[in-house]
Design a protein around this ligand. Structure first.
Ligand code: TZP
Ligand code: MG
Length: 207
């Protein structure tokens, strides 16, 4: 799995058509993974969106991860699920998903990261590293904690939270597997240009 430029969605006030267009442009421009992240929608609506997004990601051969919902992942045969502290325990999620689906877990501390890895996580999302408007974050995660987590576990670690193009160079020499980006891509005036720029800058950072 290529985690280098991981797009996590947010719908803001976009229509479904605009939302899907942004995802399509991002896939065409080179994001390596997409997570559909929906909060406060009905199961039916989540399923419907997931199906529509999967049609797009499939066309570009970009794997799709579903936030929070194992049932929605299975219903649309997505590549995997991303869960956090408020979701099912990691071992339970792994059991439900079986061995073949990707299981991503949010981890804010070394202890949580080690436990998630031991319980069957395939990758970790660590953050919020920088201030973010996209999610209410009570505790940010420091770069030092990010480094300690990478050292502690043997699975890929993705940095999230306030990831902007101008901050990518702060990850130079830190062996992250990638960056997870929401607003910098979803709210870009030109999604295609932004993804191209992020990819170009990442080449130097994750060499
Ligand atoms: N988890 C930690 S920070 C965050 C999530 C889902 C949101 C990141 O959004 P942005 O817009 O890239 O700062
Ligand atoms: Mg969650």
């Amino acid at each position: 799995m290529n985690y280098q430029l991981y797009l996590v969605t947010n719908r803001y006030n976009d229509s479904d058509t605009e939302f899907l267009k942004h995802i399509e442009q991002a896939c065409g421009a080179g994001v390596t993974l997409v997570q559909l992240r929906e909060k406060d929608v009905s199961t039916g609506r989540y399923y419907d969106l997931a199906q529509q997004v999967k049609t797009v990601t499939d066309r570009y051969h970009v794997p799709l991860i579903i936030d929070d919902r194992i049932d929605v992942c299975q219903a649309v045969d997505a590549a995997g699920v991303h869960i956090g502290d408020a979701d099912l325990p990691v071992a339970v999620a792994r059991k439900l998903l079986g061995p073949d689906k990707i299981l991503g877990v949010s981890a804010k501390s070394v202890a949580r990261a080690e436990a998630a890895a031991a319980a069957g996580a395939d990758y970790l999302g660590v953050g919020a590293i920088y201030p973010t408007q996209t999610k209410v974050v009570t505790h940010r995660t420091s770069i030092d904690t990010l480094k300690a987590i990478i050292t502690a576990v043997n699975i890929p670690v993705v940095a999230i939270g306030g990831i902007k193009e101008h901050r990518l160079n702060t990850f130079t020499d830190i062996p992250i597997a990638g960056v997870a980006v929401v607003s910098e891509i979803m709210q870009a005036p030109n999604v295609i240009t932004k993804v191209h720029q992020l990819r170009e800058t990442l080449k130097g950072v994750m060499a």
